[in-house]
Design a protein around this ligand. Structure first.
Ligand SMILES: C[S@@+](CC[C@H](N)C(=O)[O-])C[C@H]1O[C@@H](n2cnc3c(N)ncnc32)[C@H](O)[C@@H]1O
Length: 234
């Protein structure tokens, strides 16, 4: 039975103080020891001055974000959807976790920018699991609606595309169409302090998630680093 950390919930006001480095990685799934395997622990072996992980691909994942992403893909049992590819940092973790768990799956990654997808494809070449990654240039909200209409469902979804309220809200309104019952979805930048800042109107991830997700369908499961975890319960 997975472990829920509902006590880690933060109000929007609480996220205004930067607590991203104070929200530790905690296990959702039960496994022996602190890490699933050596690959899991190696995610945080090298850290930039900024506090972000360094896997040789540009990106902005905190140690807790990376550990949680790997864990959720590893135990997902199936297909993964990612919104927001950028240079492929999170994609490489999803591919590696899928490979390490010996999943017979695919990783669908979505980005508005063809240039980013090209760059990610280049960065992932020869990395474990790269052959299972499929790249699509499309808006995140449209991708979710199109996949839903095609009855394409996933065992885990990582949402890290736009920081704008309307884009996150848009995705959240149709997310139930692509997340299998019981599966998890992880929102990056959920508790980024800029969401609550009056001088950063372009940030509204927390508000987009809280307004957009139907709480009869998605349950809050925890905050780790700057990620917010939700589970489809109905
Ligand atoms: C924060 S970066 C993703 C970082 C990546 N997940 C990683 O770990 O390195 C956000 C990406 O989302 C893309 N993006 C922005 N708005 C989008 C939208 N509406 N739909 C799809 N992708 C979008 C941007 O082009 C950018 O590459």
């Amino acid at each position: 039975m997975p472990n829920r950390h509902q006590h880690s919930f933060l109000t929007l006001e609480e996220t205004a103080t930067d607590r991203r480095f104070a929200m530790p990685y905690l296990k959702t799934f039960d496994f022996a020891g602190d890490y699933i395997n050596a690959s899991h622990s190696r995610l945080i072996a090298k850290i930039h001055d900024t506090g972000m992980i360094d896997l040789g691909i540009e990106g902005w994942l905190l140690p807790a974000d990376a550990l949680k992403l790997y864990e959720l893909v590893y135990f997902s049992g199936g297909d993964v959807l990612e919104l927001g590819t950028y240079k492929g940092l999170s994609t490489s973790i999803a591919a590696k976790a899928s490979f390490d768990a010996n999943l017979n799956n695919i990783v669908v990654t979505i980005d508005l920018s063809n240039d980013m997808l090209k760059s990610a494809r280049h960065n992932l070449r020869r990395r474990p699991g790269a052959e299972r990654v499929h790249y699509f240039a499309v808006d995140g909200g449209k991708a979710v609606r199109d996949l839903g209409q095609a009855n394409r469902v996933f065992d885990f979804v990582f949402i890290d595309h736009s920081h704008a309220y309307e884009h996150v809200y848009d995705v959240c309104r149709s997310l139930h169409q692509v997340v299998k019952p019981g599966a998890f979805c992880l929102f990056h930048d959920f508790n980024d302090p800029r969401n609550a800042a009056a001088d950063a109107p372009e940030y509204g991830v927390y508000q987009g998630v809280c307004d957009g997700l139907d709480r009869d369908v998605f349950e809050f499961w925890g905050i780790y680093g700057c990620t917010g975890l939700f589970r489809r319960i109905a």
